[in-house]
Design a protein around this ligand. Structure first.
Ligand code: NAD
Ligand code: LMR
Length: 367
């Protein structure tokens, strides 16, 4: 009897693997939730010396689970060894905030970790390694990682805002009494912080009459523009208040969603939110790690530049034809951004610029 040839295993680094997100995440990866049911994996688990015994406990439990897809486990406190040959890196290592803190309050401890681990990744990981930064402040840690790992292509470094995206879907689904899968195309713009802007202007919900704009189905504009936004922005703090610990299972699940969509592609007609290095789209300063709506195909993400519904393309052609005839510049259609959205997108961009300054000054004082 012949067995189908198995795929080559993918080696995945998880830093901070002895922590609470790590504990929720490793079984998800080993069960194929991140990279697919046919994709064998090797896990490299990294933590610091004080957590070495707990890390070894995680390794023991992984062995005891006899996961069919799990083809190897390395548990180590040596960064170079952990980064050796990794194809995917999930960066959880760091210190979470406690009740009453903002995410930037953990800045000085955490950015230093990202500076140190950037060079190890650049030196020892596979040249095309895909990196997802989860640890806070996630956008600014990703920016520091990019600055100190010049050999990693910037398109390969991302940060997690999928948790916020999923939270937005969850809030809308609860309000409409539908399944989360019935709602799509919300957008998280900006920072994974309380200034993020959860935008429903392009979101739709599936009804018996097809996909309808969320704004058409939820008539309470005030709820959408105030309570909904605040709930998503403050959800991390609400979880900390309730659990006395920051979110873990939802963060692990979102990390799987993020990597799965990046590697295997997003569904047709659907976009997701990812923190990526800005290329200037939507007027956001190039180089900042900012959350945008993206689609993914063939292992690459692209920022959504426009609504590709045939009716929109037709409208866009008509407008540009008119502009062309009147000698105006023909521009590529982007998602329409109203004044309310613009001011919220600018505010979260401003916060990211301030975080960047703070992070660089933390690193300079540590020199
Ligand atoms: P945790 O404290 O339970 O675990 C963090 C682990 O990192 C610990 O085991 C710690 O020993 C380890 N660590 C510390 N320094 C390290 C280093 N230099 N190298 C390797 N490991 C190191 O925290 P957690 O709840 O698992 O959260 C991890 C991070 O993720 C936190 O920064 C948290 O704020 C963040 N987070 C982000 C999101 C998001 O959506 N982006 C969501 C939830 C949590
Ligand atoms: C979250 O959003 O749950 C995490 O970033 C943890 C936090 O500090 O809010």
């Amino acid at each position: 009897l012949y067995k189908d040839a198995e795929k080559e295993p993918v080696t995945i680094l998880i830093t901070g693997a002895a922590g609470q997100i790590g504990y929720a995440l490793v079984p998800m990866i080993a069960r194929g939730i991140m990279l697919g049911q046919d994709q064998p994996v090797i896990l490299h688990l990294l933590d610091i010396e004080p957590a070495a015994e707990a890390l070894n406990g995680v390794k023991m439990e992984l062995i005891d689970s006899a996961f069919p897809l799990l083809k190897g486990i390395l548990a180590t406190t040596d960064v170079a060894e952990a980064c050796e040959g990794v194809d995917v890196a999930i960066m959880l290592g760091g210190f979470p905030r406690k009740d009453g803190m903002e995410r930037k309050d953990v800045m000085s401890k955490n950015v230093a970790i990202y500076k140190a681990q950037a060079s190890a990744l650049g030196q020892y990981a596979s040249p095309n390694c895909k990196v997802l930064v989860v640890a806070n402040p996630a956008n600014t840690n990703a920016l520091i990682l990019k600055e100190f790992a010049p050999s990693i292509p910037e398109k390969n470094i991302t940060c997690l805002t999928r948790l916020d995206h999923n939270r937005a879907l969850g809030q809308l689904a609860e309000r409409l009494n539908v399944f989360a899968t019935d709602v799509k195309n919300v957008i998280i713009w900006g920072n994974h912080s309380s200034t993020q802007y959860p935008d429903v202007n392009h979101a739709t919900v599936s009804t018996c009459r097809g996909q309808k704009p969320v704004r058409q189905i939820i008539a309470d504009k005030n709820w959408l523009d105030t309570e909904f936004i605040a709930t998503v922005q403050q959800r991390g703090a609400a979880i900390i208040k309730a659990r006395k610990l920051s979110s873990a299972l939802s963060a692990a699940s979102a990390a799987c969603d993020h990597m799965r969509d990046w590697v295997l592609g997003t569904r047709k007609g659907t976009w997701v939110s990812m923190g990526v290095c800005s290329d200037g789209s939507y007027g956001i300063e190039p180089g900042l790690f900012y959350s945008f709506p993206v689609t993914c195909a063939k292992g690459q993400w692209s920022i959504v530049q426009g609504d590709c519904a045939p009716s929109t393309i037709f409208m866009w052609c008509m407008i540009n034809l008119r502009n062309f005839i009147s000698s105006s510049i023909v521009t590529m259609a982007g998602l329409k951004i109203d004044e309310f959205s613009r001011s919220k997108m600018d505010a979260t961009e401003e916060e990211l610029k301030l975080e960047r300054t703070l992070a660089r000054s933390c690193l300079n004082t540590q020199l």
